[in-house]
Design a protein around this ligand. Structure first.
Ligand code: SDX
Length: 430
């Protein structure tokens, strides 16, 4: 069936026919690629109404609160799969069978260590550095060690880059944590699952070689990894696609994604949300902060609330809330004042006309900080953990872009409102 057309009438020009393209799900798009030839650009700061690419990886329905990874509901994946199965799914498009899963795990295990010389990168950072600054440096620095498979047009090279990144990010993250507290690094253990191994590298000590993470907490960590694995064309994923569009080194592209994720409007919101809860302190302060969040003259925002796409609820927040409850119950922390404050704040906000009118609901970051805090992870590591989890989403999008030629460098235009050409003025005349 022929595509529908949109007709654009421009001053002094013949009507322009623009093709309307429909996907499997979601809003159709108006293909405006030819518009430049007619002397016009579209204008869409922040890409509020722009589809920057075609993708088959993740689908989000913001009104219905639906999140699908390769067609599977996030709630089903969290309940029935583990993180490495979800990684395989995001990268390859299908869930692995038992043999494929075993081979994938073996490859990840084979690449989980980092080059010993990489340790010296950490030495250059003050111990007090925010671990995200260390991660920007360490992951960027990782690209210096792997020049053996950089043909980005070679699918095997691209797959090896993906394996190396998924395998090494948890190791680097745990090293960043251990460096910040002056404890020795713990090597990865291939006998542990991905999430167990991460918690072991975070909390094991040479003096206590028999330590192993609590299985329920490892399961919660695995669920947190799944909930953060991918999310369509968010700011950091778009950053990775942009960096990759210049044919840059894939590890450097992921370092760019980590930088973009760090902001409190994006992945930094989990740390910011917990800081906000601690700042609010008690339930009788909630009204004051809700008022500040509504005050246009106050830059304060309710961290962990709102989303560019979800306008009813973030399906990940619902799962994260349950994980939070289960972990706190397991640790006998259900009376945790921060958790109770979070639930009270959520309840008040969800009934406040401003939040209802602005469609502001808790997002994935609202409860994740409380769970991570209960797992004993310090606040400044929350966004690092988000970066570990999102690495698979970033590299899956990078790989999808590179395996769907032609590779076009991302180069948006602008509406120029600066000076028209003018004569240079010598300094004595200024
Ligand atoms: C993530 O894109 C993704 O998918 C991201 C992510 C992923 O998995 O990759 O889901 C992860 O980043 C989740 C979002 C985490 N960020 C936060 O929790 C920070 C707090 N939230 C906001 O900064 C904001 O809601 C954003 C950044 C998340 C979304 O911003 P938008 O879509 O650009 O909306 P906006 O900033 O234009 O706000 C629209 C209105 C404004 O009021 P008006 O000027 O129209 O009157 O809503 C208000 C805003 O003031 N508003 C808030 C608010 N968020 C928006 N008011 C109070 N508190 C908030 N949190």
């Amino acid at each position: 069936m022929a595509d529908d057309k949109a007709i654009l009438n421009l001053p002094g020009k013949e009507p322009i026919e623009l093709t309307i393209k429909k996907g499997t799900l979601g809003q159709p798009v108006i293909d405006i690629q030819q518009l430049g030839q007619h002397g016009y650009f579209t204008f869409d700061p922040g890409f509020m109404s722009t589809a920057a690419c075609e993708s088959k990886i993740t689908y989000i329905d913001g009104d219905k609160g639906i999140l699908l990874h390769r067609g599977y509901l996030i709630s089903e994946l969290v309940e029935k799969a583990d993180y490495l199965e979800v990684c395989y799914l995001l990268l390859n498009g299908e869930l692995p069978n038992a043999t494929q899963k075993a081979n994938f795990i073996a490859k990840i295990n084979q690449h989980s260590m980092v080059h010993e010389q990489l340790r010296s990168i950490f030495q250059g950072f003050p111990r007090s550095s925010h671990p995200m600054s260390i991660m920007c440096g360490a992951v960027g620095g990782l690209s210096a060690f792997y020049h053996d498979s950089l043909d980005i047009n070679n699918p095997d090279h691209r797959n090896l880059a993906a394996i190396r990144l998924i395998a090494k990010l948890p190791t680097l993250a745990a090293m960043a944590y251990k460096y910040s507290i002056g404890q020795p690094y713990i090597y990865p253990l291939n006998t542990l699952s991905y999430a167990e191994n991460f918690l072991n590298m975070m909390f094991a000590l040479p003096a206590n070689p028999d330590f192993r993470p609590d299985p329920l907490l490892s399961k919660a960590m695995d669920q947190i990894f799944i909930l953060h694995a991918d999310h369509e064309q968010n700011a950091s994923t778009s950053t990775v696609r942009t960096a990759g569009s210049s044919a840059a080194d894939p590890l450097a592209c992921i370092a760019a994604g980590i930088s973009a994720l760090w902001g409190p409007a994006h992945g930094g919101a989990n740390e910011a949300a917990l800081n906000m809860l601690e700042q609010i302190g008690t339930e009788d302060n909630i009204a004051k902060y809700i008022a500040r969040a509504k005050d246009k003259n106050d830059s304060f925002r309710l961290m962990g609330f709102g989303h560019r796409i979800y306008k009813n609820y973030d399906p990940r927040a619902a799962v994260m809330r349950k994980t939070c409850h289960d972990v706190l119950e397991h640790l006998n922390l259900l009376d945790d004042p921060i958790f109770k404050l979070a639930m009270k704040l959520e309840d008040i906000a969800l009934h406040d006309p401003y939040f209802i009118e602005h469609k502001l609901y808790p997002n994935v970051d609202f409860y994740s900080g409380i769970v991570l805090r209960a797992l004993g992870i310090p606040k400044n590591m929350y966004t690092v953990i988000f970066a570990v989890a999102r690495t698979v989403g970033w590299i899956a999008n990078w790989n999808e872009m590179l395996s769907t030629p032609p590779l076009r460098i991302t180069r948006p235009r602008q509406l120029y409102t600066g000076y028209a050409q003018r004569e240079f003025v010598p300094i004595k005349s200024r």
